[in-house]
Ligand binder design. Structure first.
Ligand code: GLC
Length: 606
């Protein structure tokens, strides 16, 4: 059966274009819409949300999850489950549901509760995470980016970043606390439809902010009110576009439903509209020739100039995941069927493009090394006119016999051969890459352990831009000097994504090994944002301490490893139906051949 038919019908009402007013009518106690459109969202305490306890999901609802999703829900087998728990060194025992214990973390696995001793680092991490929680009108709505008491210039690190909150949200969800995540999803949704302008220009309606802050403003001498103040890039350093925010929002929305079993949130009309606005923005026609999303530099976790404009892998893998999430969550009706069709077509075209053209391993590099150039024809081998001289000398030595990875970026006559960690991990998690490619990426990590993990997991990319490359590509950025920050610094927050990728591929021991490396230092080093040098030896030059997503990434990794069944709700298996969808309309008998038919077998067996 085609996955499209499995999508749920959940609403017959046509969603309104402005879910801001819907928000007020469905979510606030008082249904009076706020007509004032200022720079921030005003929220008087009298319009406070329904107390968060109302949204608390009953524990009994956590499992089992609904089975209507289009994704294959893999449960790791019992054997690997036992192995994870024994190898982690933590003391585990299975106890029956009713038994309670104060000083241990509890996670639900099937009908049993697994109780695990928390390490000192974990206990401290929870304390820091709880401390980082931001409240709005009394309810928790997110976590600040960093809480470094020694930081005299927090810049925007005192804000709630959408991307930074994802590991915090997962840690809370895996602990059974859903309110903060639900509140976050609804408040940021409210910000989405805000009228935003950057120097009198209005970015697209579905855009989600990079971050937001809760401000208290005086109304008069005696009254204050709390307002949510979003940053869509108009204050951000470099005025970078937060392209990944909306994609993360969709990914988190699905995760919330999967883990809590509370699917009512994603079924709400305003939430459905939010998904559609993001998808419409991503799927809008432009001049682009490729199914990949065309973005400016610094539009994701790497939010400074780093030569990742064009079609960076990180954005493509998040885009692919968000498309898969939307396909699962959107209700199919007359107003959404065209969008759902567009999502299916894009998923299929995007995975083909990435699998076929972004993949590099020793064999592919050898092919590129012998490429002919200036081929003018529809069946050119060197479709993007890549000059073999572009293969960087480091790569020839570095690429292992076993393993491979997805390129950082691909454009006409340009391949960025750097290894970008988040994009590669997220391609595994979402099945953007083929099963064999996924395996090969982890093989590469294992073979290049010292380069990618070293003294602190994980390098954000490899290798660093140095000398003229650094000068020309970063614009001589003193923060992104070689082997620092975004230019091949080591970011412990990436641990949770590595853990998820390893668990999906049945190799949790790799994640455990990396986690052990991190655990040795993070507590003593006071949870730095990033580390510097080739092997991640030093705390980063300008690194914040008590960085929330470092703390949350660590906790989420721990919780995922301790709870493989929950982890399996967060990744996707190969969807073979997607491979069959092709929108080009060419038939076998046509004179002009569909380029994908020729390539497909290659992709599947690779
Ligand atoms: C830096 C990082 C960005 C992160 C932000 C808040 O700007 O580059 O990815 O979201 O800090 O932690």
């Amino acid at each position: 059966m085609s996955a499209i038919y499995l999508l749920r019908k959940i609403s017959t009402k046509t969603p309104s274009r402005f879910h801001r007013s819907l928000f007020f009518s469905t979510f606030s106690k008082e249904s009076k819409p706020d007509s004032s459109r200022t720079n921030s969202i005003r929220h008087l305490s009298s319009q406070r949300f329904v107390p968060s306890s109302i949204y608390r999901f009953p524990q009994s609802k956590i499992l089992p999850n609904r089975k209507f999703s289009t994704s294959v829900e893999t449960n790791l087998n019992d054997k690997s489950f036992e192995r994870i728990h024994v190898q982690s060194g933590a003391i585990l025992e299975r106890i029956h549901k009713n038994e309670e214990e104060e000083t241990v973390s509890k996670v639900n696995v099937g009908s049993e509760k697994v109780v695990r001793e928390e390490s000192e680092a974990e206990k401290e991490a929870w304390r820091i995470l709880e401390n980082a929680v931001v409240r709005y009108c009394g309810s928790p709505v997110g976590t600040v980016a960093a809480n470094d008491p020694g930081d005299k210039m927090p810049l925007n690190y005192d804000q709630v970043f959408i991307r930074d909150f994802v590991p915090s949200a997962l840690a809370f969800l895996l602990k059974g606390e859903g309110d903060i995540v639900r509140n976050f999803l609804l408040h940021t949704l409210q910000l989405q439809s805000w009228e935003k302008t950057v120097d009198c220009y209005s970015p697209g309606q579905g855009l989600m902010p990079a971050s937001f802050k809760v401000r208290t403003v005086a109304l008069d001498e005696n009254t204050t009110e709390e307002v949510l103040d979003p940053d869509f890039g108009e204050s951000a350093i470099g005025r970078v576009a937060p392209v990944d925010s909306g994609l993360w929002w969709i990914i988190l929305l699905r995760a919330y439903g999967k883990i809590t079993g509370d699917f009512s949130l994603q079924e709400r009309i305003d939430v459905q509209t939010g998904i559609k606005l993001i998808m419409n923005l991503c799927l809008a026609d432009g001049f682009d020739m490729f199914p990949t999303l065309l973005v400016t530099d610094g539009s994701c976790m790497i939010d400074r100039r780093m030569g990742i404009h064009g079609h960076p892998l990180e954005i493509q893998s998040l885009f692919y995941s968000a498309l898969r999430c939307s396909r699962e969550m959107l209700s199919v009706n007359d107003s959404s069927k065209n969008l759902v069709r567009a999502i299916n077509n894009r998923l299929s075209a995007l995975s083909f493009h990435i699998r076929e053209y972004y993949w590099v391993d020793i064999k592919k590099i050898n092919e590129i090394y012998r490429y002919k150039t200036e081929e003018y024809s529809t069946d050119a081998t060197n479709k993007f006119n890549i000059y073999p001289e572009q293969i960087p000398p480091w790569l020839m030595d570095w690429i292992p016999e076993q393993g491979g990875y997805l390129l950082g970026n691909l454009q006409p006559a340009h391949m960025d051969f750097r290894f970008f960690t988040l994009g590669n991990f997220w391609s595994i998690v979402s099945s953007l890459a083929t099963p064999k490619q996924n395996e090969a990426i982890l093989n590469l990590i294992e073979a290049k352990w010292d380069d990618i993990i070293g003294n602190m997991p994980l390098k954000i990319c490899y290798p660093a831009l140095e000398y003229d490359d650094w000068r020309i590509i970063t614009g001589s950025d003193p923060k992104n000097t070689p082997w620092s920050y975004h230019n091949s610094g080591s970011w412990p927050t990436l641990l949770w994504q590595f853990t998820l990728a390893c668990m999906k591929m049945g190799r949790p021991e790799l994640a455990e090994k990396a986690l052990a490396v991190a655990e040795k230092r993070l507590l003593a080093d006071r949870w730095p944002e990033y580390y510097d040098t080739r092997s991640g030896k030093f705390i980063g030059k300008q690194s914040r301490l008590y960085q929330t997503w470092t703390v949350a990434g660590f906790l989420t990794s721990k919780l995922l490893l301790a709870n493989p069944e929950m982890a399996s709700l967060l990744f996707w298996e190969e969807d073979y139906e997607l491979l069959d969808i092709c929108a080009c309309g060419l038939r076998k008998s046509d004179r002009k051949k569909c380029s994908r038919v020729a390539a497909k077998t290659q992709i599947l067996v690779r």
